[in-house]
Write a protein that binds this ligand. Structure first.
Ligand code: F6R
Length: 615
């Protein structure tokens, strides 16, 4: 949520900052702005709306400066308007700042600053911080204070409760950017005679080959040829420079119309990447070195807890089915946002997994920290190499799905399920899964990417169905057993990108309430791919039909729905272990085409942003 960027070097900062913002726009797109520092003056341009409008505005001004900061906003405090757009300038005109996060005690600080004579032009919490920096510069440091700019920022931050990733420019410091983080990501890209700042590697737009991941509680002073990092207690920190793997970070749209379309169609590849090097045919199991845990240690755990948010939480629900079925270990799944405050009693033999595509979701990160604080071994499944969650966990598995830019998660979801399946197989083969059962699962896993390639060929048929149903305003998604979380995910995909009300339920549970919604105006999408339970799902479908509800069936037994469903998407027969991954694909495509038909921006749905770094 919110993307911040910065540049200091020898080149014209403007096009660099605009390009960085364009890459970070998935983090928020309510407004965008930049501040350039030239000849002792700030040039601040900010605008409600997308980065493209800002770029037009900036082009008219033609300012050539070598240092600047910029921001793309996802509104928290204060409405979506030009005044609340970042950067904000202190009322004495000496500092300007961009901020990602939430300052919880901003009201108290604002009252204090108003009493000191500072004035405010916006309703944001962020403007309070830039004025607090100005206050500390003016009143709590003197001209001979060493590193006075950094020191003013540090002293101000001591009083801040909440989260922040910030980049600050000071009028009296024409060659320096000061950045800091607590709870919100902040990366420093190292170039030749230049440094870049970004909330995400993507914002470097290929301009840096190396990166410094700032840790919570660190502050950095950056000039074109130097970067010094200190802690909040003013102790110097050794810099750890990491190489960026641009192959993994590549996020070009290529020939696709939208990122969501591209990412849906990338799923076979993403699954291949998740599996690569992690299967042992000889032993009929998976090889998961990243878990950083020996088989003997793993045997000590007799319960697994998964924490995540949103789509990743749905992947965890699927994990519960897979791990309980194949590894016979009880699994619990918690919303990360609940777990961190719930103080759930956990048995000491519990292994905790957090799952996060971005690796930066604040609730998931805090759940990870809470679990570690309590002394639990905490592993992560994430798609973002170097993300905060991956750095702070005790081990884990990268998804290697490639950068996901579309705000609605698609390939990350199926790849998270695949990783969970690999875990189920691994633990299962250590417990009571036989060699031949393991071999069947290995076969299913390795042949899944091609099966998905075939399912993707159904897109034109699904597009026609989507056109037929795009005018409905309510949908039910029904599935049983491991297809229940897939029904939840199908409903979430539809609602987030098309703004249609949709609910997911276990099919049989429908009779206990949701059936009241069934009418010719509320179609049901029914998932029926598990032979064991299909006859029951057929009965549920009949109950809907009897109430004149329209039905789209996604099923590997189309013959059973021939006289019941209005539309059928026929699925292949796949092994139990991988079936739900396949079932997800038509749901994503259906949501995608319904949203397009309704004229929605599928990559940037209203009110949403990709990495949720605020509570
Ligand atoms: C929905 C979606 C979100 C994310 C959630 C967690 O399509 O993308 O629900 O799944 O915000 O994000 P990560 O996985 O980055 O922690």
């Amino acid at each position: 949520m919110c993307g911040i960027t910065g540049y200091v070097g020898k080149r014209n900062a403007t096009p660099i900052l605009i390009e960085s913002l364009t890459k970070l726009e998935y983090r928020g797109y309510d407004s965008a702005g930049l501040a350039l520092l030239k000849s002792g003056n700030f040039n601040v341009i900010k605008k409600t709306g997308r980065v493209a409008s800002l770029a037009n505005e900036v082009a008219k001004k033609q300012i050539d400066a070598n240092i600047g900061i910029s921001h793309t906003r996802w509104a928290t405090h204060g409405g979506v308007n030009d005044a609340n757009a970042h950067p904000h300038i202190s009322s004495d005109g000496k500092f300007t700042l961009v901020h990602n996060g939430i300052i919880e005690n901003y009201e108290n600080i604002k009252n204090f600053l108003v009493n000191q004579g500072y004035t405010f032009a916006s309703q944001t919490d962020s403007e309070v911080l830039v004025n607090l920096i100005a206050y500390h510069y003016e009143h709590r440091t003197s001209p001979d204070t060493k590193n006075r700019f950094t020191e003013s920022v540090r002293k101000a931050l001591i009083h801040i409760e909440g989260t922040y990733g910030i980049a600050v420019l000071g009028k009296d410091f024409p060659e320096e950017i000061v950045v800091a983080r607590k709870g919100s990501p902040l990366l420093i890209g190292v170039g030749k005679n230049e440094y870049l700042v970004s909330s995400d590697v993507l914002g470097f737009a290929g301009r840096a080959t190396n990166v410094i991941y700032l840790e919570d509680g660190q502050i950095a002073s950056i000039t074109c040829d130097n970067c010094d990092v200190i802690t909040m207690t003013n102790s110097p920190v050794g810099i750890d420079i990491k190489e960026i793997d641009w192959e993994l970070e590549n996020a070009d749209l290529g020939t696709s119309k939208t990122y969501m379309q591209k990412e849906i169609f990338e799923q076979p590849k993403a699954l291949e990447n998740a599996i690569r090097g992690r299967i042992s045919d000889d032993l009929s199991t998976s090889v998961l070195n990243g878990l950083n845990i020996t088989p003997t240690e793993l045997r000590q755990f007799d319960r697994i807890l998964f924490c995540a948010c949103g789509t990743a939480w749905h992947a965890c629900l699927v994990a519960e089915y897979l791990i309980e079925k194949y590894a016979r270990i009880p699994v619990e799944v918690e919303y990360a946002s609940e777990f961190r405050y719930r103080n759930a009693p956990l048995d000491k033999s519990t292994l905790v997994f957090v799952v996060s595509q971005s690796g930066e979701t604040i609730d998931t990160l805090q759940a990870l920290r809470e679990s570690k604080r309590k002394g639990f071994k905490t592993l992560a499944i994430t798609n973002s190499v170097g993300s905060t969650i991956s750095r702070e966990s005790d081990g884990g598995l990268y998804q290697y799905a490639g950068k996901e830019v579309g705000v609605a998660s698609t390939k990350a979801f199926t790849s998270q399920i695949m990783i969970c399946l690999l875990i189920a197989l691994y633990i299962g083969r250590m417990r009571d899964l036989s060699f031949s059962e393991g071999r069947e699962i290995v076969k299913a896993i390795t042949s899944l990417p091609n099966a998905i390639r075939d399912i993707l060929k159904l897109a034109p048929q699904i597009e026609k169905i989507a056109k037929k149903y795009s005018h409905y305003n309510d949908f039910l998604f029904l599935g049983r057993l491991s297809e229940f979380p897939i029904a939840l995910e199908g409903a979430l995909k539809l609602k987030e990108i098309s703004y249609i009300h949709a609910e997911g339920y276990p099919s049989a549970e429908m009779k206990h309430g949701p059936i009241a919604l069934v009418s010719p105006e509320c179609p049901s999408v029914i998932l029926a791919n598990d032979a064991e339970i299909t006859p029951k799902v057929v009965s549920n479908a009949q109950e809907i039909k009897a109430r004149s509800g329209k039905i789209i069936a996604i099923t590997n037994t189309p013959e059973l729905f021939a006289n019941i469903a209005d539309d059928i998407i026929a699925m292949p027969n796949l092994h139990d272990s991988v079936r739900v991954i396949a079932t997800t694909i038509p749901l994503q495509i259906l949501a995608y085409y319904i949203a397009l038909e309704r004229g929605c921006d599928v990559d940037k749905p209203r009110n949403l942003a990709k990495a949720v770094t605020v509570e």
